[in-house]
Design a protein around this ligand. Structure first.
Ligand code: TRP
Length: 347
């Protein structure tokens, strides 16, 4: 994936631009780290990167609660900064303060059918989860179009997101193709986009459910205290048949091992632990204690940087303010190309 982007960069005069976003509905957790932040950390070294706070998208299913979204704009930015996303390399901005994204959304909505939106697997899952029935908010149904506008406003082509976002990327590419076909310009206004590191599996929740998520109440947060980490790991789903320490245990679908695979830097040791667990004689508590050590060492420095930054909210808001200005300038340029391609640049 990244190699493709690199190749394209070599052939193309346009430099690769990276964009991803977080919904400000709560603090970020390890699932966000694995799915997105890890990719951002790698990509900010090489490419021009935008990190967006997706407040408009968050409102599509939180219209009754704008106060929650407002509070979490700061929280998700703190999580990113504390994880090492560096405003010197990455441009942070707030979605709702870039009106060009809303304008692009309106133009893109004509290129997408309602039936296609209803087939989007991520939207479908979420609609079911929220129990909308026939009463899905139109803004919610169409958020993949708005997400395409997020991506295409700064003409990003490389998107560090988790597997669950693949359907959004597919819809974005359909919009790219349709736009370029209906409104040809040379070079075309938009390029196809690709996911970075789409092979990383979704991080399961501590309960073993497929996805770590705030709404499922199965998440470990980047801001969790050591005590909370310990409590959550102790509740973690392992092997329900591994009752006595002497019993042979199962590694597959054992959440503790999934986490060790992703967070333990000593993979030889993990292999050794798996062997011992499968043989029997290695108990869940000892195994969990090891994971607690690993996760505490991983999260503590993030949490400490976060606490430091949280005492300086004005500095954080300044980062968002100046980044938003840059994003507006870039999006304005795209929109003027869009208007030119569509021949609606009247004056
Ligand atoms: N839908 C993404 C999520 O739920 C957030 C998001 C909004 C996003 N706009 C984006 C991700 C653009 C990548 C690109 O996590």
């Amino acid at each position: 994936m990244a190699e493709n982007a690199e190749k394209r960069r070599g052939e193309d005069t346009r430099a690769t631009i990276v964009l991803s976003g977080d919904r400000p509905t709560g603090k970020l957790h390890l699932g966000h780290f694995v799915g997105t932040i890890q990719g951002r950390l790698k990509l900010q070294e090489k490419y021009r990167q935008f990190v967006m706070v997706a407040d408009i998208q968050a409102l599509t299913d939180n219209a009754e609660n704008p106060e929650k979204i407002r509070e979490n704009v700061l929280e998700v930015t703190l999580d990113n900064l504390a994880s090492g996303i560096d405003p010197k390399h990455s441009t942070f901005f707030i979605q709702s303060l870039v009106p060009e994204i809303a304008e692009l959304t309106v133009l893109f909505l004509n290129l997408v059918t309602v039936a296609r939106l209803e087939r989007n697997p991520t939207v479908k899952d979420e609609m079911r989860q929220k129990g909308y029935g026939g009463n899905v908010p139109a803004g919610f149904l169409t958020y993949p179009v708005s997400q395409a506008a997020d991506i295409l406003a700064p003409r990003a082509t490389l998107i560090p997101v988790g597997k669950d976002q693949m359907p959004m990327i597919e819809q974005t590419n359909e919009i790219v193709e349709k736009f370029n076909r209906l409104y040809p310009l040379n070079p075309p206004v938009f390029e196809r986009v690709e996911v970075f590191a789409s092979d990383i599996p979704l991080l399961p929740g501590i309960d073993g459910k497929a996805k770590m998520s705030k709404s499922l109440n199965n998440a470990i947060y980047l801001s969790d205290s050591n005590d909370t980490i310990r409590e959550k790991v102790m509740q973690m789903y392992t092997d329900p048949n591994h009752i006595h320490e002497t019993d042979p245990g199962t590694v597959k679908d054992n959440v503790v091992f999934t986490y060790l695979d992703l967070f333990d830097t000593d993979q030889n040791q993990v292999r050794d632990l798996k062997n011992r667990y499968e043989k029997g004689g290695f108990g869940d508590v000892a195994l969990k204690n090891h994971l607690i050590e690993i996760l505490t060492a991983f999260i503590s420095p993030i949490r400490e940087r976060r606490e430091y930054l949280a005492k300086r909210p004005d500095d954080v808001m300044d980062i968002l303010r100046s980044g938003t200005e840059i994003a507006r300038t870039v999006a304005g340029k795209t929109l003027s190309d869009v208007r030119r391609a569509m021949n609606i640049n009247y004056f």
